[in-house]
Ligand binder design. Structure first.
Ligand code: HEC
Length: 433
């Protein structure tokens, strides 16, 4: 690099001229001058250079030959990866059937989580996690990609030490050519910038030690980094070693309280039991009223054969029952009650082991059950059928019983009860209403 630089006038009286030159700064006094200077610098083949202006100058990107940013592409790739990661994670965790990959190591097999024949690959259910991971990774890509493409964070810039450069934020326009540019030659660059109409040209020197990051910062950073490694190492060690001590419980959340657990002894009471019986005369609040007919389907110690007096059999009740049945029972027992609901079909298709077909509600056995028995089946479940008492209030359970009766009746009614014009014809075609 040439030391003679006739066309440049270094700031007089500056003491830092002995430090190496990192580039050349040219000042222009109008956006137009900046654009034509930028065009010339670009035409001269420089690649490491930049312009600085107090406001965005229209056309400067074209003059400098700045290509559109690659950030959208980076964001897209990361977002797509996030999408695939979210989907893949759930497909793996939810749907892997370990038995299909007998050789796979244990961690490859997911949870194989079949819920009543629900689908293994349920895209609608996967949307939230997939969406979140897509957004998360794209946001990370946007922020960190932007920082990386701009080489940020940048603690100090040699230009900050140049007095005249301060006006880059008010009324002056600058071109800076980096000395690391392969085409950089102090004299030639200076004459190029001058002939492009520079109002002033200045060499920019490396920053003095005062502007550099104090050494202590680096040391402190290193120390912090090393300290940050301790918790993960500690956790890693804890995962592989055994200890007699209880776990460290940082957020107590009243988890460990002084209290008596059920069935434990307590010296506090004369009989030594921690579990106390109800105080005599206690009246339960919010308990189901003691009406065994309405709430249990029991009358005189037997399954009730009628409907409780509080439940009046009206068309509205049966319609309500139909609606509740279609929600709570049809998935298993089928809309018509034949035990062919969609859950059953799916279980057959998946070949679910030990699957018990939901009972055909139209068959002899169920038709012979008392109303109270069916009510109790809904409330408490039966054999492999789960209970629905917590989800369906008692009157709705009775409404469902009424609808089940209607279903049974509709499949077993004598043909004389069907109006003549609705009866099927002899050739088997259904009648027309
Ligand atoms: C998750 C599937 C499932 C749902 C939902 C379901 N059932 Fe069942 N239900 C079964 C199965 C399975 C059986 C047979 C149980 C067995 O034999 O082990 C059964 C049996 C029955 C029986 C015959 C019980 C008997 O007397 O032998 C009745 C009645 C019945 N269900 C009514 C209902 C009604 C009413 C609903 C809606 C509130 C309902 N079920 C919801 C699966 C279901």
């Amino acid at each position: 690099m040439s030391t003679a630089a006739p066309a440049t006038h270094a700031a007089p009286g500056r003491s830092d001229v002995t430090r190496p030159v990192v580039g050349l700064l040219a000042e222009y006094d109008s956006p137009g001058a900046l654009i034509s200077a930028a065009e010339r610098v670009r035409a001269a083949g420089f690649t490491r250079w930049d312009t600085h202006s107090p406001f965005p100058v229209h056309g400067i990107d074209a003059a400098m030959g700045i290509r559109p940013t690659r950030l959208p592409f980076i964001v897209f790739v990361c977002g797509f990866l996030g999408c695939m990661l979210g989907l893949g994670l759930q497909v793996w965790a939810n749907a892997t059937d370990a038995s299909r990959f007998p050789q796979a190591p244990n961690f490859v097999s997911g949870y194989n989580f079949h819920v009543s024949g629900k689908p293994e690959l349920s895209l609608p259910a996967f949307i939230p996690v997939t969406f979140e991971l897509t957004v998360l990774l794209s946001a990370f890509a946007a922020v960190f990609g932007m920082l990386a493409l701009n080489s940020l964070p940048w603690h100090a810039n040699a230009l900050f030490a140049v007095e005249r450069f301060r006006r880059a934020t008010s009324d002056r326009f600058f071109v800076f050519i980096d000395a690391r540019d392969p085409k950089f030659n102090l004299d030639q660059a200076a004459s190029l910038l001058t002939s492009a109409g520079a109002a002033a040209i200045e060499r920019v020197h490396e920053l003095g030690s005062a502007a550099r990051l104090p050494k202590g910062f680096r040391i402190a950073g290193m120390v912090l980094l090393c300290l940050a490694l301790i918790p993960p190492l500690w956790i890693a060690k804890a995962r592989t070693s055994l200890s007699e001590k209880p776990r460290i419980h940082i957020i107590q959340d009243m988890d460990n309280q002084e209290k008596f657990k059920a069935q434990k002894a307590a010296a506090l009471f004369a009989d030594g039991r921690a579990s106390r019986p109800q105080v005599p005369g206690t009246v339960a609040r919010n308990d189901p009223p003691r009406n065994d007919f309405l709430y249990k389907g029991v009358m005189d110690g037997k399954w009730a054969t009628e409907f409780p007096p509080a439940v009046r059999i009206t068309e509205d009740l049966v319609r309500r029952g139909q609606q509740r049945y279609n929600i709570y029972c049809a998935p298993c027992h089928g809309l018509g009650g034949a035990g062919d609901g969609i859950v059953h079909e799916r279980a057959l298709r998946l070949g679910t082991e030990n699957w018990v077909q939901p009972t055909n509600l139209l068959d002899e056995v169920v038709r012979g059950r008392e109303n109270g028995h069916i009510f109790n089946t809904i409330t408490n479940g039966i054999r492999s059928m789960p209970p629905y008492g917590d989800q369906i209030p008692p009157t709705d359970r009775w409404a469902i019983v009424a609808y089940v009766r209607a279903l049974q009746f509709s499949q077993n009614a004598p043909v004389e009860l069907v109006p003549a014009e609705l009866r099927p014809t002899k050739d088997g075609r259904p009648g027309q209403p």
